[in-house]
Design a protein. Structure first.
Lengths: 228, 233
């Protein structure tokens, strides 16, 4: 299914259209008149969907890791490692856009009081460790097996860091955590919603697209090295 | 899905022999006791670490700082203790052990033994740190529950990762892999330790204990399910 999907064109066109729509209409749409946030609310179309894209790609990484452990087919390991690379890229972009937003609204690039920010940084570290683990083996089969096991742990901890810790900690500046209002207070504005949902699909789509390209590169490299 | 992974490796809890698990734990303890150098060196390590902290802070410390430093010492000693937990097996008796002990019994005995070992060290560090700093914890039962749950979580994660380091021979890898993954647990534990010092916020305490216990259960299940994949290589 994955191979078939990665060769089809329709979702690539849809992704391109959605992203153009996000980038153009996202700056034209009338923003609600909110104090402090003001025009920076438009970052909602970039920062939040990037994290969704990272979660989606890391979930794919988890699925492929489990499939690798169950089947032992090295193809799944290539899928798993490359979806992790694309997800990592999306996470880094999410952190950078978040930092810009934090500078505008909270007044600093990095805020310690913000639990979710630090948890997100830790989640990025977890996946850094995943890449370190991958690079420290000589035996390819051992590498695939051990990194598949680690990535299952990594995904569980990623979810705990992003979704559980900020809610328990009770003092977060992000909406939806620690007594702050959730998305609904912005989303009530129908104009924003018209861009926000397409933006989510668009960013997930481009993350997936990048991962399929990385996978193709890996397969070509493997062919050059006569592994397959 | 996890159950499927376990079945896939031909492991089943029905085949598990608790008697054998008990004997494996005894074997582990006997080996440790026979060669006391590791235990003694860990004891000195822990003593030295808390003494350095005592000198560095000149004997005076707030409870919050105390708990942070306490858990950092535990983290480092746990990495040192648990990082070696598969060294003997992998180096000298790998094929023998693999042929006589099913992986499920192996990992469960190791997890239980390591959890007990870490808990003992936690208590030792606690005694030293209270001796040096004269800290009084308000609610000791909650504090010791935190110690127990924390030790269990540390042992669940580091025991599995020590298989990886034992197989690669790269000792630094354990801290590289372990630190980011242990972080959520450590954050929750630190918060719980802070809560064990105040008598208010009882609701918060229940939530935190629940969160740590759930995290322990998740790591336990993952360790048990994934260990056969690392062991039967």
């Amino acid at each position: 299914m994955f191979e078939k999907l990665s060769k089809q064109v329709w979702w690539k066109i849809a992704t391109a259209v959605l992203l153009f729509y996000t980038c153009i209409y996202g700056f034209i749409v009338k923003a609600p008149d909110l104090p402090i946030l003001e025009e920076s609310i438009r970052n909602l179309f970039f920062h939040v969907p990037m994290w969704f894209a990272m979660m989606f790609l890391m979930f794919l990484n988890l699925i492929f890791s489990i499939m690798y452990l169950a089947n032992g087919t090295s193809r799944y390991d290539v899928y798993a490692s490359n979806t992790a690379v694309a997800g990592f890229l999306m996470g880094c972009l999410g952190i950078v856009t978040g930092m810009i937003w934090a500078k505008v609204t909270w007044g600093a690039w990095w805020v310690f009081a913000e639990v979710k920010l630090n948890a997100a940084a830790a989640a990025i570290l977890v996946y850094c460790a995943y890449f370190v683990l991958r690079s420290s083996f000589d035996d390819p089969e051992l590498k695939s097996k051990f990194s598949a096991v680690y990535s299952i742990f990594a995904f569980v901890m990623f979810m705990v860091l992003i979704n559980v810790i900020p809610r328990i900690a009770g003092s977060s500046l992000h909406p939806g955590n620690g007594g702050n209002p959730g998305f609904n207070s912005y989303d009530l504005d129908d104009n924003l919603r018209k861009v926000f949902y397409p933006a989510i699909l668009g960013w997930i789509g481009i993350g997936f697209w990048i991962s399929t390209q990385l996978i193709r590169i890996s397969f070509i490299q493997r062919k050059l090295e006569d592994i397959d | 899905m996890l159950y499927f992974l376990l079945q896939h490796k031909g492991c089943s809890f029905a085949l598990m022999n608790l008697n054998r698990v008990y004997h494996l734990i005894c074997k582990e303890a006997a080996l440790e006791w026979r060669n006391k150098s590791l235990l003694a060196s860990m004891l000195i390590y822990v003593l030295g670490a808390s003494f350095i902290v005592y000198y560095a802070f000149q004997g005076h410390i707030e409870f919050q700082v105390w708990s942070a430093i306490y858990w950092i010492i535990i983290l480092f000693s746990a990495i040192n203790i648990l990082g070696k937990s598969f060294d003997k097996e992998v180096k000298f008796q790998y094929y023998y052990i693999r042929s006589v002990v099913p992986p499920l019994e192996m990992i469960i005995s190791k997890l239980v033994y390591n959890a007990i070992l870490v808990f003992i060290f936690e208590v030792i560090i606690f005694l030293e740190m209270t001796l040096f700093f004269g800290i009084e914890v308000e609610n000791l039962p909650v504090f010791f529950l935190t110690l127990f749950l924390g030790g269990m979580g540390f042992s669940n994660l580091f025991t599995l990762f020590s298989t990886i380091t034992a197989r690669t021979g790269n000792v630094v890898l354990l801290s590289v892999l372990g630190f980011p993954v242990i972080l959520p647990l450590l954050l929750l534990i630190l918060r719980l330790t802070g809560l064990s010092d105040v008598e208010v916020l009882v609701d918060d305490r229940g939530l935190n204990i629940g969160a740590v216990a759930v995290l322990d259960m998740i790591t336990l299940v993952l360790s048990v399910v994934l260990f056969p994949y690392l062991w039967n290589e």
